[in-house]
Design a protein around this ligand. Structure first.
Ligand code: 4AD
Ligand code: MG
Length: 433
């Protein structure tokens, strides 16, 4: 195709001139002598007006046979029109159907979620989904820029692994040649800890896998996580890094994706309130607060989604909850010297009921304590020998965290269910499309 196409986003540069556009029919209505078509090309949607007496016969025949989501090529004049969404409209002089669409399954009416998910490959074309994907793309770019600007080095961690990262209960496994069982990575953390001793400040960013048997709106079996790891950083410094990081991401989305947030009906004011510092609450104080509001929970239990909602209610910004009981958290977290029942860690809870978006901690850098924890958890010691090496050969205080991309996209977009925050969600009950 040699013709130069004009994209909907660039129509202003063609005002008053001839242009050719390609795209899909997102809307269509016709009376005997005039037809209106909403042409969507990925950068936006523009109205095309097709008058019987201004197009050739072949074009009018094409219009008569048009169906929703057909792909078309349209040539015409770009007219500025303040009443048109986007400010422009096309008066067509030619239209050609490239691929006529069969009857399109998604209609402008309420569909059940299962139906939409079964048609996810088509559902992606719709305005709300396009807006979410654009915000997600912006968040990913902001994440990479944040770390690049601060001299972090990206180190990609493996997806096939021999050791358990978080908990044995949520592992996907597969046969691996003569070497027995391989696991799909639940985290890249153990590997970026090794890389931090080589480079100082590093991060990994990729898909991670949890065989979560929970069918909640906050759990996917495959999700993306960004995990920075920093040598010589303690738990307090780790929380400062997190609040700067999250604020940077939100600011970037406000700056560049205002239109999409508007399409999503997001309350922008709530996002504008996000800036450091965030409030900090110890786990022990959080339990006391929960007791004060009549919630039943015992010291030692991990916080659930309901608890997180109560703790963040009425707050404008995300909330740090720090120093959880060791039994509630993973084996690698550093024992708190001031209260050995707890570990130096934090979760970051997003407001408006979105809950945990980050889990982070200072890592146990003492060889004997770390080995003790591996044994206590009944983890296979051989698999962690290389990880223990990091404590044998020049151990160093270090901290890091993992931010879940989909939970962050959900919170920033105001989309409560993670199924809409990734193009092709993987959940307990969904593997296709
Ligand atoms: O709290 P998690 O399990 O922490 C870790 O994996 C650490 N190794 C991170 C680190 O310190 N490097 O997971 C981190 C974040 C959660 O806060 C949440 O945002 C997201 O990952 N997450 C999930 N997102 C979607 N579906 C799931 N099943 C998730 N599990 C965790
Ligand atoms: Mg967590």
């Amino acid at each position: 195709m040699e013709t130069v196409f004009t994209s909907v986003r660039d129509l202003s540069s063609k005002a008053g001139q001839e242009a050719t556009l390609i795209g899909w029919v997102a809307k269509f209505r016709s009376s005997g002598k005039i037809a209106f078509l909403g042409l969507r090309d990925g950068t936006g949607t523009v109205q095309v007006v097709i008058a019987r007496n201004e197009v050739d016969d072949a074009s009018w025949d094409a219009v008569a046979d048009l169906s929703m989501e057909s792909s078309v090529r349209v040539s015409g004049t770009v007219r500025q029109d303040d009443r048109a969404p986007g400010g422009y409209e096309i008066t067509a002089n030619q239209i050609e159907v490239i691929g006529r669409a069969d009857e399109y399954p998604i209609q402008p009416k309420e569909h059940g979620v299962d139906f939409l998910l079964n048609n996810r490959h088509l559902w992606l074309r719709h305005g709300r989904q396009v807006a979410i994907m654009r915000v997600r793309d912006e968040i990913v770019k902001a994440i990479r820029d944040f770390f690049y600007e601060r001299d972090f080095v990206l180190v990609d961690s493996p997806i096939l692994t021999g050791s358990i990262g978080e908990s044995a209960g949520t592992l996907f496994s597969t046969e691996y040649f003569d070497l027995g069982t391989a696991y799909l990575a639940q985290t890249g953390q153990l590997y970026v800890e090794a890389a931090a001793a080589a480079l100082g400040k590093v991060y990994c960013f990729g898909p991670t896998f949890r065989a979560e048997k929970s069918k909640t709106r906050r759990h996917l079996t495959e999700f993306w996580m960004v995990e920075p790891e920093v040598a010589w950083l303690d738990s307090e410094g780790n929380m400062r890094l997190q609040e700067e990081f999250v604020s940077y991401i939100v600011e970037r989305v406000l700056e560049r994706r205002g239109l999409e947030l508007e399409q999503l009906d997001r309350d922008i004011g709530r996002l504008e309130a996000i800036s450091p510092p965030f409030d900090r609450l110890s786990y022990t104080d959080a339990i006391a607060f929960l007791h004060g509001t009549g919630v039943e929970i015992e010291w030692g239990e991990d916080l659930g989604a309901e608890h997180e909602t109560v703790l963040t209610e009425g707050r404008d910004k995300p909330l740090f909850v720090f120093d959880y009981p060791r039994e509630a958290k993973a084996f690698y977290m550093k024992e708190n010297p001031e209260d050995p029942r707890t570990v130096k860690c934090n979760d970051l809870l997003a407001p408006e009921g979105y809950g945990e978006i980050i889990g982070g901690s200072q890592r146990e850098d003492d060889y004997d304590r770390l080995l003790g924890r591996i044994r206590e958890e009944g983890l296979p010691e051989e698999a962690y020998d290389w990880y223990l090496d990091l404590r044998r050969h020049g151990t160093f205080p270090h901290s890091g965290f993992g931010l879940g991309l989909e939970r962050t996209v959900g919170w920033i977009c105001g989309v409560p269910h993670l199924r809409e925050t990734i193009a092709f969600p993987r959940m307990m009950t969904r593997l296709t499309p």
